[in-house]
Write a protein that binds this ligand. Sequence first.
Ligand SMILES: [Zn+2]
Length: 331
Amino acid sequence: MIIDCHTHILYTGADPGARLFMKEMCRSYFQSVGRLPVDRQLTDSDWDDLSFLFEPTLPEVSIAEHEALGIDKIVILAVAPSNYTRYEIRGLWDPTNVTGLPEPHTLDQVNDRLAAVVNLYPDRFIGFAAVNPRYKGTEWAVDELDRAITELGLSGLKLYPGYDRYSPDDRDLMWPIWEKAAELDIPVMVHQASSAVTAFKMAYGRPFLLDDVGLEFPDLRLLICHVGKPWVDECTFLVMKHPNFYTDLSYYNSVTTRREMVEFLHRCKRWGLPLAKVCWGTDYPCFESLDSLLEKFLTMNEEAKALGMAPFTEQEMDGMLASNFLRFIGD
Ligand SMILES: [Zn+2]
């Protein structure tokens, strides 16, 4: 079995804020690979060849692309609502109404939309709700989390502190949310890593900000996304330190070579981070294509052999590809 433990679906906001967000997210990457000019300010027409970036990711397309590679399950993550950044209205949006939810469509419905997608393909999708204490306050977020799990049937929680501009160890804003997650006994994924978008607050993206959470909620299962990139060492250490912390390789695997990944995973083990706490995912729709990301991962032992390093065992590989995540979500 293979699980892609980190993907996105539909659309991340209402235009034009969503377009600005995607441009900022992707600008430097496409400049680096020569697909956008670097010697002048960008204009709207520079993006014409990249207009796919502004299209919603449709559920059936995600399923078909994953299925073609033998990926059985896809974890879809809601985007938390926010309406106070330079990206205007952010959240999980469904501009073509594939979920068929009745009008009016509001920012309060990101979890309803995600649940509706899961319900369209319950054998394929595993859905994580998202909340944001700076949107309508902590009390609203706690109630919304409770509703998303107990009424909508979603499987876990995704948080985006740096995007939504709060610290995950803010006691006033966040402790009631951590308490609710612990009470519900749900897995929590946290984007505790940075991002290319300008308004992402890096000070709130640092992995170490989850240290007190791990200390005070030792039973809470928590996954640090993107191995905390660029604070990969900090994330590695934190996941090693807290028994119920996990991490995922999504996005990091798009910017590392196969050789770098082999060396990184070996280093995890040397640092005392068993690969049983590492999950494979892609951040689909991602910079690198799904097939090359999967191929790169599945053929790591060829690289290990060439480097004279020990191969990854079948148990380690199966764990990273599926069973570690199933353990994380309590399946
Ligand atoms: Zn992501």
